[in-house]
Design a protein around this ligand. Structure first.
Ligand code: GLU
Length: 486
Protein backbone atom coordinates (compact mmCIF):
# COMPACT_ATOMS: atom_id res chain seq x y z
CA UNK A 1 0.00 0.00 0.00
CA UNK A 2 1.30 3.44 -0.86
CA UNK A 3 1.05 5.77 2.09
CA UNK A 4 -0.87 8.94 1.31
CA UNK A 5 -1.15 11.74 3.86
CA UNK A 6 -2.59 15.20 3.60
CA UNK A 7 -2.55 18.58 5.22
CA UNK A 8 -5.96 20.22 4.98
CA UNK A 9 -5.93 23.77 6.34
CA UNK A 10 -8.93 26.08 6.28
CA UNK A 11 -7.73 29.39 4.82
CA UNK A 12 -9.16 31.63 7.48
CA UNK A 13 -5.89 33.10 8.76
CA UNK A 14 -2.14 32.68 8.58
CA UNK A 15 -0.35 29.33 8.86
CA UNK A 16 0.18 29.03 12.58
CA UNK A 17 2.76 26.92 14.38
CA UNK A 18 0.16 24.31 15.39
CA UNK A 19 -0.83 23.83 11.76
CA UNK A 20 2.81 23.76 10.72
CA UNK A 21 3.49 21.01 13.25
CA UNK A 22 0.57 18.95 11.93
CA UNK A 23 1.77 19.54 8.38
CA UNK A 24 5.30 18.52 9.38
CA UNK A 25 4.11 15.28 10.98
CA UNK A 26 2.04 14.41 7.89
CA UNK A 27 4.90 15.28 5.60
CA UNK A 28 7.40 13.24 7.64
CA UNK A 29 5.09 10.26 7.67
CA UNK A 30 4.75 10.35 3.89
CA UNK A 31 8.48 10.90 3.34
CA UNK A 32 9.48 8.14 5.76
CA UNK A 33 7.29 5.62 3.99
CA UNK A 34 8.02 6.75 0.45
CA UNK A 35 4.44 7.93 0.15
CA UNK A 36 2.68 11.03 -1.15
CA UNK A 37 1.86 14.21 0.74
CA UNK A 38 -1.19 16.12 -0.44
CA UNK A 39 -2.13 19.74 0.23
CA UNK A 40 -5.83 20.43 0.33
CA UNK A 41 -7.31 23.85 0.97
CA UNK A 42 -10.61 23.54 2.83
CA UNK A 43 -12.17 26.77 1.65
CA UNK A 44 -15.87 25.93 1.64
CA UNK A 45 -16.58 28.49 4.36
CA UNK A 46 -16.89 31.29 1.85
CA UNK A 47 -17.35 33.96 4.46
CA UNK A 48 -14.21 33.21 6.41
CA UNK A 49 -11.88 31.96 3.66
CA UNK A 50 -9.66 34.53 1.97
CA UNK A 51 -7.20 34.55 -0.90
CA UNK A 52 -4.60 36.22 1.35
CA UNK A 53 -4.86 33.35 3.74
CA UNK A 54 -4.41 30.82 0.93
CA UNK A 55 -1.29 32.71 -0.12
CA UNK A 56 -0.03 32.87 3.46
CA UNK A 57 -0.44 29.09 3.79
CA UNK A 58 1.30 28.37 0.49
CA UNK A 59 4.07 30.80 1.36
CA UNK A 60 4.51 29.24 4.78
CA UNK A 61 4.69 25.73 3.36
CA UNK A 62 7.27 26.82 0.80
CA UNK A 63 9.38 28.61 3.36
CA UNK A 64 9.32 25.57 5.64
CA UNK A 65 10.25 23.35 2.70
CA UNK A 66 7.24 21.08 3.21
CA UNK A 67 6.78 20.42 -0.46
CA UNK A 68 3.64 18.60 -1.46
CA UNK A 69 3.38 15.94 -4.12
CA UNK A 70 -0.22 16.67 -5.05
CA UNK A 71 -2.34 19.77 -4.84
CA UNK A 72 -3.10 22.31 -3.70
CA UNK A 73 -6.64 21.06 -4.21
CA UNK A 74 -9.39 23.53 -3.43
CA UNK A 75 -12.67 22.28 -2.06
CA UNK A 76 -14.52 25.13 -3.75
CA UNK A 77 -13.52 23.55 -7.08
CA UNK A 78 -15.19 20.29 -6.13
CA UNK A 79 -18.80 21.28 -5.46
CA UNK A 80 -20.11 19.20 -8.39
CA UNK A 81 -18.44 16.15 -6.98
CA UNK A 82 -19.94 16.73 -3.50
CA UNK A 83 -23.40 17.15 -5.06
CA UNK A 84 -22.98 13.89 -6.94
CA UNK A 85 -22.06 12.01 -3.75
CA UNK A 86 -25.00 13.54 -1.88
CA UNK A 87 -27.36 12.39 -4.63
CA UNK A 88 -25.91 8.87 -4.41
CA UNK A 89 -26.32 8.78 -0.64
CA UNK A 90 -29.95 9.93 -1.01
CA UNK A 91 -30.61 7.36 -3.72
CA UNK A 92 -29.16 4.53 -1.65
CA UNK A 93 -31.12 5.54 1.43
CA UNK A 94 -28.06 6.57 3.41
CA UNK A 95 -29.17 10.19 3.60
CA UNK A 96 -32.51 11.94 3.74
CA UNK A 97 -34.13 15.32 3.34
CA UNK A 98 -34.96 17.07 6.57
CA UNK A 99 -37.74 19.65 6.60
CA UNK A 100 -37.58 20.54 10.28
CA UNK A 101 -37.99 24.24 10.85
CA UNK A 102 -35.58 26.26 12.90
CA UNK A 103 -38.36 26.77 15.45
CA UNK A 104 -38.84 23.03 15.87
CA UNK A 105 -35.12 22.47 16.30
CA UNK A 106 -34.90 25.31 18.82
CA UNK A 107 -37.68 23.81 20.93
CA UNK A 108 -36.09 20.37 20.69
CA UNK A 109 -32.79 21.77 21.83
CA UNK A 110 -34.31 23.70 24.74
CA UNK A 111 -36.16 20.59 25.92
CA UNK A 112 -33.03 18.47 25.75
CA UNK A 113 -31.01 21.07 27.62
CA UNK A 114 -33.71 21.28 30.30
CA UNK A 115 -33.40 17.50 30.72
CA UNK A 116 -29.61 17.96 30.90
CA UNK A 117 -29.21 15.90 27.74
CA UNK A 118 -26.68 16.57 25.00
CA UNK A 119 -28.55 18.52 22.28
CA UNK A 120 -28.91 16.34 19.19
CA UNK A 121 -31.24 15.90 16.27
CA UNK A 122 -34.00 13.40 17.09
CA UNK A 123 -34.31 11.83 13.62
CA UNK A 124 -37.78 13.30 13.06
CA UNK A 125 -37.49 13.33 9.24
CA UNK A 126 -35.53 10.07 9.01
CA UNK A 127 -38.62 8.13 8.10
CA UNK A 128 -40.53 10.89 6.34
CA UNK A 129 -43.11 9.22 4.21
CA UNK A 130 -45.38 12.11 3.46
CA UNK A 131 -45.26 14.70 0.70
CA UNK A 132 -42.62 17.38 1.29
CA UNK A 133 -44.17 20.37 3.07
CA UNK A 134 -44.75 23.16 0.54
CA UNK A 135 -42.31 26.06 0.42
CA UNK A 136 -39.63 24.36 2.54
CA UNK A 137 -36.19 23.82 1.06
CA UNK A 138 -34.81 20.88 2.99
CA UNK A 139 -31.32 20.19 4.26
CA UNK A 140 -29.80 16.75 3.71
CA UNK A 141 -28.86 14.64 6.70
CA UNK A 142 -26.67 11.58 6.83
CA UNK A 143 -28.34 8.51 8.31
CA UNK A 144 -25.97 7.67 11.10
CA UNK A 145 -26.20 4.06 12.35
CA UNK A 146 -28.50 3.93 15.39
CA UNK A 147 -26.61 1.37 17.39
CA UNK A 148 -23.21 -0.19 17.71
CA UNK A 149 -19.97 1.66 18.23
CA UNK A 150 -17.22 3.23 16.17
CA UNK A 151 -13.77 2.23 17.29
CA UNK A 152 -10.95 4.59 16.37
CA UNK A 153 -7.50 3.04 16.69
CA UNK A 154 -5.72 6.33 16.91
CA UNK A 155 -1.95 6.26 16.39
CA UNK A 156 -1.46 8.82 19.15
CA UNK A 157 -4.43 8.39 21.50
CA UNK A 158 -4.79 4.64 21.19
CA UNK A 159 -8.24 3.07 21.08
CA UNK A 160 -11.10 5.54 21.35
CA UNK A 161 -14.66 4.17 21.30
CA UNK A 162 -17.73 6.23 20.34
CA UNK A 163 -21.27 4.89 20.75
CA UNK A 164 -23.46 5.53 17.74
CA UNK A 165 -26.38 6.33 20.02
CA UNK A 166 -24.37 9.40 21.06
CA UNK A 167 -24.15 10.68 17.50
CA UNK A 168 -27.01 12.25 15.58
CA UNK A 169 -27.84 12.57 11.91
CA UNK A 170 -25.41 15.14 10.66
CA UNK A 171 -26.41 17.77 8.07
CA UNK A 172 -24.31 17.12 4.99
CA UNK A 173 -25.92 19.70 2.69
CA UNK A 174 -27.45 23.01 3.75
CA UNK A 175 -30.77 24.17 2.31
CA UNK A 176 -28.90 26.10 -0.40
CA UNK A 177 -27.28 22.81 -1.45
CA UNK A 178 -23.81 23.69 -0.16
CA UNK A 179 -21.99 20.77 1.46
CA UNK A 180 -20.86 20.92 5.09
CA UNK A 181 -17.39 20.56 6.48
CA UNK A 182 -17.47 17.00 7.83
CA UNK A 183 -18.90 15.74 4.58
CA UNK A 184 -16.40 17.40 2.23
CA UNK A 185 -13.54 16.02 4.31
CA UNK A 186 -14.96 12.53 3.89
CA UNK A 187 -15.42 12.79 0.13
CA UNK A 188 -11.94 14.25 -0.29
CA UNK A 189 -10.18 11.73 1.92
CA UNK A 190 -11.93 9.00 -0.06
CA UNK A 191 -11.30 10.46 -3.53
CA UNK A 192 -7.72 11.38 -2.71
CA UNK A 193 -7.13 7.86 -1.41
CA UNK A 194 -5.74 9.19 1.87
CA UNK A 195 -4.40 6.33 3.96
CA UNK A 196 -3.35 8.30 7.07
CA UNK A 197 -5.11 11.34 8.47
CA UNK A 198 -2.81 13.28 10.79
CA UNK A 199 -4.61 16.32 12.18
CA UNK A 200 -5.29 18.34 15.29
CA UNK A 201 -7.07 16.53 18.10
CA UNK A 202 -9.82 19.15 18.04
CA UNK A 203 -11.11 16.94 15.21
CA UNK A 204 -11.19 13.70 17.18
CA UNK A 205 -14.91 14.06 17.84
CA UNK A 206 -15.59 14.39 14.11
CA UNK A 207 -13.85 11.13 13.40
CA UNK A 208 -16.64 8.63 14.25
CA UNK A 209 -19.07 10.55 12.04
CA UNK A 210 -16.55 10.61 9.23
CA UNK A 211 -15.86 6.89 9.60
CA UNK A 212 -19.60 6.15 9.42
CA UNK A 213 -19.95 8.21 6.26
CA UNK A 214 -16.92 6.52 4.69
CA UNK A 215 -18.45 3.15 5.49
CA UNK A 216 -21.74 4.20 3.87
CA UNK A 217 -19.77 5.20 0.79
CA UNK A 218 -18.07 1.82 0.70
CA UNK A 219 -14.64 3.30 1.41
CA UNK A 220 -12.04 1.94 3.81
CA UNK A 221 -11.44 4.55 6.51
CA UNK A 222 -7.90 5.86 6.79
CA UNK A 223 -5.78 5.40 9.89
CA UNK A 224 -6.05 8.44 12.17
CA UNK A 225 -3.53 10.25 14.32
CA UNK A 226 -4.85 13.20 16.29
CA UNK A 227 -2.07 15.53 17.29
CA UNK A 228 -2.50 17.29 20.67
CA UNK A 229 -2.64 21.02 20.66
CA UNK A 230 0.15 23.38 21.61
CA UNK A 231 -0.13 25.37 24.81
CA UNK A 232 1.42 28.66 25.81
CA UNK A 233 3.65 29.00 28.88
CA UNK A 234 0.55 29.65 31.03
CA UNK A 235 -1.13 26.40 30.05
CA UNK A 236 -3.78 27.96 27.83
CA UNK A 237 -4.05 27.22 24.12
CA UNK A 238 -1.21 28.90 22.22
CA UNK A 239 -2.40 32.19 20.81
CA UNK A 240 -1.14 35.61 19.78
CA UNK A 241 -1.09 36.58 23.45
CA UNK A 242 1.93 34.33 23.85
CA UNK A 243 3.90 36.04 21.09
CA UNK A 244 4.32 35.06 17.47
CA UNK A 245 2.21 32.14 16.31
CA UNK A 246 2.30 32.74 12.57
CA UNK A 247 4.96 30.80 10.72
CA UNK A 248 5.76 33.80 8.54
CA UNK A 249 6.16 35.96 11.63
CA UNK A 250 8.97 33.61 12.63
CA UNK A 251 10.53 34.22 9.27
CA UNK A 252 10.28 37.97 9.80
CA UNK A 253 11.70 37.61 13.29
CA UNK A 254 14.81 36.00 11.84
CA UNK A 255 14.32 32.28 12.36
CA UNK A 256 15.65 29.68 9.98
CA UNK A 257 13.00 27.23 8.76
CA UNK A 258 15.04 24.24 9.91
CA UNK A 259 15.18 25.69 13.43
CA UNK A 260 11.41 25.98 13.54
CA UNK A 261 10.96 22.49 12.08
CA UNK A 262 13.45 21.06 14.55
CA UNK A 263 11.63 22.81 17.36
CA UNK A 264 8.23 21.59 16.21
CA UNK A 265 9.29 17.98 15.73
CA UNK A 266 10.46 17.84 19.35
CA UNK A 267 7.25 19.34 20.64
CA UNK A 268 5.53 16.31 22.12
CA UNK A 269 7.93 13.81 20.60
CA UNK A 270 11.41 12.70 21.57
CA UNK A 271 14.10 10.31 20.48
CA UNK A 272 16.30 9.57 23.50
CA UNK A 273 17.81 12.84 24.58
CA UNK A 274 18.60 13.99 21.07
CA UNK A 275 17.70 17.62 20.46
CA UNK A 276 19.16 18.46 17.07
CA UNK A 277 17.57 16.76 14.08
CA UNK A 278 18.48 17.40 10.49
CA UNK A 279 15.58 16.94 8.07
CA UNK A 280 17.05 13.58 7.05
CA UNK A 281 17.24 12.48 10.68
CA UNK A 282 13.67 13.59 11.29
CA UNK A 283 12.50 11.52 8.34
CA UNK A 284 14.44 8.53 9.57
CA UNK A 285 13.66 8.72 13.28
CA UNK A 286 10.27 10.38 13.65
CA UNK A 287 7.51 7.97 14.59
CA UNK A 288 3.98 9.31 14.90
CA UNK A 289 3.13 6.45 17.29
CA UNK A 290 5.52 7.96 19.82
CA UNK A 291 3.94 11.42 19.88
CA UNK A 292 2.60 12.11 23.39
CA UNK A 293 -1.14 12.27 23.71
CA UNK A 294 -1.04 15.22 26.10
CA UNK A 295 -0.67 18.81 24.97
CA UNK A 296 2.83 20.25 24.64
CA UNK A 297 3.94 23.66 25.86
CA UNK A 298 5.66 26.11 23.56
CA UNK A 299 9.03 27.32 24.77
CA UNK A 300 10.32 30.35 22.85
CA UNK A 301 13.76 30.21 24.51
CA UNK A 302 14.37 26.74 23.22
CA UNK A 303 13.39 27.78 19.73
CA UNK A 304 15.82 30.68 19.98
CA UNK A 305 18.56 28.33 21.15
CA UNK A 306 17.93 26.06 18.17
CA UNK A 307 17.95 29.01 15.83
CA UNK A 308 21.29 30.10 17.17
CA UNK A 309 22.60 26.59 16.75
CA UNK A 310 21.58 26.53 13.08
CA UNK A 311 22.91 30.03 12.47
CA UNK A 312 26.29 28.97 13.89
CA UNK A 313 26.51 25.63 12.16
CA UNK A 314 24.73 25.84 8.79
CA UNK A 315 26.49 26.25 5.50
CA UNK A 316 27.05 30.02 4.93
CA UNK A 317 25.61 29.58 1.45
CA UNK A 318 22.33 28.46 2.98
CA UNK A 319 22.29 31.26 5.53
CA UNK A 320 23.14 33.78 2.81
CA UNK A 321 19.97 32.81 0.97
CA UNK A 322 17.84 33.65 4.00
CA UNK A 323 19.91 36.60 5.18
CA UNK A 324 19.58 38.26 1.75
CA UNK A 325 15.84 38.33 2.29
CA UNK A 326 16.27 40.16 5.60
CA UNK A 327 18.76 42.59 4.13
CA UNK A 328 16.35 43.19 1.25
CA UNK A 329 13.70 44.17 3.78
CA UNK A 330 16.12 46.77 5.11
CA UNK A 331 16.63 48.10 1.59
CA UNK A 332 20.08 46.58 1.23
CA UNK A 333 21.36 44.97 -1.94
CA UNK A 334 23.97 42.44 -0.77
CA UNK A 335 25.88 43.07 -4.02
CA UNK A 336 26.63 46.59 -2.79
CA UNK A 337 29.18 45.50 -0.21
CA UNK A 338 31.34 42.63 1.01
CA UNK A 339 30.73 38.99 0.14
CA UNK A 340 27.76 37.91 2.25
CA UNK A 341 29.39 34.57 3.08
CA UNK A 342 32.31 36.38 4.71
CA UNK A 343 29.96 38.66 6.62
CA UNK A 344 28.08 35.59 7.88
CA UNK A 345 31.33 33.98 9.03
CA UNK A 346 32.19 36.96 11.23
CA UNK A 347 28.64 37.63 12.45
CA UNK A 348 27.26 34.15 13.08
CA UNK A 349 28.65 33.80 16.59
CA UNK A 350 27.02 36.99 17.75
CA UNK A 351 23.44 36.77 16.47
CA UNK A 352 20.53 34.73 17.70
CA UNK A 353 18.35 35.61 14.74
CA UNK A 354 18.87 36.55 11.13
CA UNK A 355 16.98 39.81 11.59
CA UNK A 356 19.50 40.73 14.28
CA UNK A 357 22.36 39.67 12.00
CA UNK A 358 20.95 41.73 9.15
CA UNK A 359 20.50 44.80 11.34
CA UNK A 360 24.06 44.37 12.65
CA UNK A 361 25.43 44.08 9.12
CA UNK A 362 23.77 47.07 7.46
CA UNK A 363 26.85 49.23 8.07
CA UNK A 364 28.85 46.99 5.72
CA UNK A 365 26.56 47.95 2.86
CA UNK A 366 25.19 51.40 3.58
CA UNK A 367 26.59 54.51 5.20
CA UNK A 368 24.86 55.24 8.44
CA UNK A 369 23.28 58.59 9.12
CA UNK A 370 24.31 59.21 12.69
CA UNK A 371 26.41 57.61 15.39
CA UNK A 372 24.64 55.71 18.08
CA UNK A 373 24.16 58.39 20.69
CA UNK A 374 25.37 56.45 23.71
CA UNK A 375 28.32 54.94 21.87
CA UNK A 376 29.39 58.35 20.58
CA UNK A 377 29.08 59.95 24.01
CA UNK A 378 31.17 57.20 25.54
CA UNK A 379 33.87 56.71 22.92
CA UNK A 380 34.15 59.75 20.68
CA UNK A 381 36.13 61.99 22.92
CA UNK A 382 38.64 64.66 22.00
CA UNK A 383 41.60 62.60 23.18
CA UNK A 384 40.93 60.01 20.50
CA UNK A 385 41.35 62.52 17.73
CA UNK A 386 45.14 62.36 17.24
CA UNK A 387 45.25 58.58 17.40
CA UNK A 388 42.41 58.22 14.91
CA UNK A 389 44.13 60.69 12.63
CA UNK A 390 47.35 58.71 12.86
CA UNK A 391 45.51 55.53 12.20
CA UNK A 392 43.80 57.02 9.20
CA UNK A 393 47.13 57.94 7.70
CA UNK A 394 48.67 54.57 8.46
CA UNK A 395 45.74 52.69 6.99
CA UNK A 396 45.85 54.87 3.92
CA UNK A 397 49.34 53.63 3.22
CA UNK A 398 48.67 49.99 3.94
CA UNK A 399 49.62 47.79 1.02
CA UNK A 400 47.53 44.69 1.71
CA UNK A 401 44.03 45.25 3.02
CA UNK A 402 43.61 42.03 4.99
CA UNK A 403 42.85 41.38 8.69
CA UNK A 404 46.45 40.52 9.60
CA UNK A 405 47.98 43.71 8.21
CA UNK A 406 45.13 45.84 9.53
CA UNK A 407 45.60 44.25 12.93
CA UNK A 408 49.32 45.10 12.78
CA UNK A 409 48.65 48.74 11.95
CA UNK A 410 46.01 49.20 14.64
CA UNK A 411 48.38 47.70 17.20
CA UNK A 412 51.28 49.80 16.11
CA UNK A 413 49.33 53.04 16.21
CA UNK A 414 47.81 52.23 19.59
CA UNK A 415 51.24 51.43 20.98
CA UNK A 416 52.78 54.57 19.55
CA UNK A 417 50.14 56.57 21.42
CA UNK A 418 50.58 54.61 24.61
CA UNK A 419 47.07 53.16 24.43
CA UNK A 420 45.86 49.64 24.88
CA UNK A 421 44.03 48.20 21.89
CA UNK A 422 40.56 48.70 23.36
CA UNK A 423 41.10 52.41 23.80
CA UNK A 424 41.65 52.71 20.08
CA UNK A 425 39.34 49.96 18.87
CA UNK A 426 36.21 51.38 20.45
CA UNK A 427 36.35 54.91 18.99
CA UNK A 428 37.46 53.36 15.72
CA UNK A 429 34.52 50.98 15.81
CA UNK A 430 32.04 53.78 16.45
CA UNK A 431 33.55 55.83 13.64
CA UNK A 432 33.39 53.04 11.05
CA UNK A 433 30.25 51.18 12.12
CA UNK A 434 28.24 53.85 13.90
CA UNK A 435 27.99 51.75 17.05
CA UNK A 436 30.19 50.12 19.64
CA UNK A 437 29.45 46.48 18.84
CA UNK A 438 30.84 44.73 15.79
CA UNK A 439 32.98 41.73 14.91
CA UNK A 440 36.72 42.05 15.74
CA UNK A 441 37.91 45.38 14.42
CA UNK A 442 40.51 44.00 11.98
CA UNK A 443 37.91 41.73 10.37
CA UNK A 444 35.37 44.51 10.34
CA UNK A 445 37.70 46.87 8.51
CA UNK A 446 38.88 44.15 6.14
CA UNK A 447 35.31 43.41 5.10
CA UNK A 448 34.28 47.02 4.99
CA UNK A 449 37.04 47.70 2.48
CA UNK A 450 39.61 50.43 2.30
CA UNK A 451 37.45 53.06 0.61
CA UNK A 452 34.56 52.85 3.00
CA UNK A 453 36.88 52.66 6.00
CA UNK A 454 38.84 55.74 5.02
CA UNK A 455 35.73 57.68 4.11
CA UNK A 456 34.20 56.94 7.46
CA UNK A 457 37.41 57.82 9.27
CA UNK A 458 37.40 61.14 7.44
CA UNK A 459 33.85 61.70 8.42
CA UNK A 460 34.71 60.80 12.00
CA UNK A 461 37.56 63.27 12.04
CA UNK A 462 35.25 65.96 10.72
CA UNK A 463 32.81 65.09 13.44
CA UNK A 464 35.55 65.70 16.02
CA UNK A 465 36.37 69.04 14.48
CA UNK A 466 32.79 70.13 14.59
CA UNK A 467 32.11 68.76 18.02
CA UNK A 468 35.28 69.90 19.72
CA UNK A 469 35.83 73.04 17.70
CA UNK A 470 39.31 71.83 16.78
CA UNK A 471 40.47 73.85 13.77
CA UNK A 472 40.94 71.62 10.77
CA UNK A 473 44.42 73.06 10.32
CA UNK A 474 45.46 71.46 13.60
CA UNK A 475 45.00 68.06 12.01
CA UNK A 476 47.17 66.76 9.22
CA UNK A 477 44.86 66.49 6.24
CA UNK A 478 44.38 63.13 4.60
CA UNK A 479 46.98 62.46 1.99
CA UNK A 480 45.66 63.11 -1.43
CA UNK A 481 46.60 61.88 -4.85
CA UNK A 482 46.96 58.25 -4.01
CA UNK A 483 44.67 55.62 -5.43
CA UNK A 484 43.29 53.66 -2.57
CA UNK A 485 43.06 49.92 -2.98
CA UNK A 486 40.34 48.11 -1.18
N1 GLU B 1 -9.69 22.09 7.78
C1 GLU B 1 -9.48 21.61 9.08
C2 GLU B 1 -8.71 22.63 9.89
O1 GLU B 1 -8.10 23.52 9.35
C3 GLU B 1 -8.70 20.31 9.11
C4 GLU B 1 -9.55 19.16 8.79
C5 GLU B 1 -8.83 17.85 8.74
O2 GLU B 1 -7.59 17.80 8.79
O3 GLU B 1 -9.54 16.85 8.62
O4 GLU B 1 -8.75 22.54 11.10
Amino acid sequence: MTIRTRFAPSPTGYLHVGGARTALFSWLYARKHGGAFILRIEDTDLERSTAESVNAILEGMTWLGLEYDEGPFFQTHRFDRYKEVIQNLLKEGNAYHCYCSKERLDVLRAEQMARKEKPRYDGHCRHWGAEPPPGVTPVVRFKNPLDGAVVVEDMIHGRVVFQNCELDDLIIARSDGSPTYNFTVVVDDMDMRVTHVIRGDDHLNNTPRQINMLAALGATPPVYAHVPMILGHDGSRLSKRHGAVSVMQYREDGFLPEALLNYLVRLGWSHGDKEIFSIEEMIEMFDINDVHSSAAAFNPEKLLWLNQHYIKSSDPEHIAHHLSWHLGRLGIDPASGPDLHEVIKVQRERAKTLSEMAANSVFFYRDFEIYDEKAAAKHLKAESLPVLQALRDALFGLADWVPATIHGVVHQVAEAHGLNLGKLAQPLRVVVTGRDVSPPIDQTLALLGRDRTLKRLDRGLKYFHEKEGVPASAISSPKAGRESKS
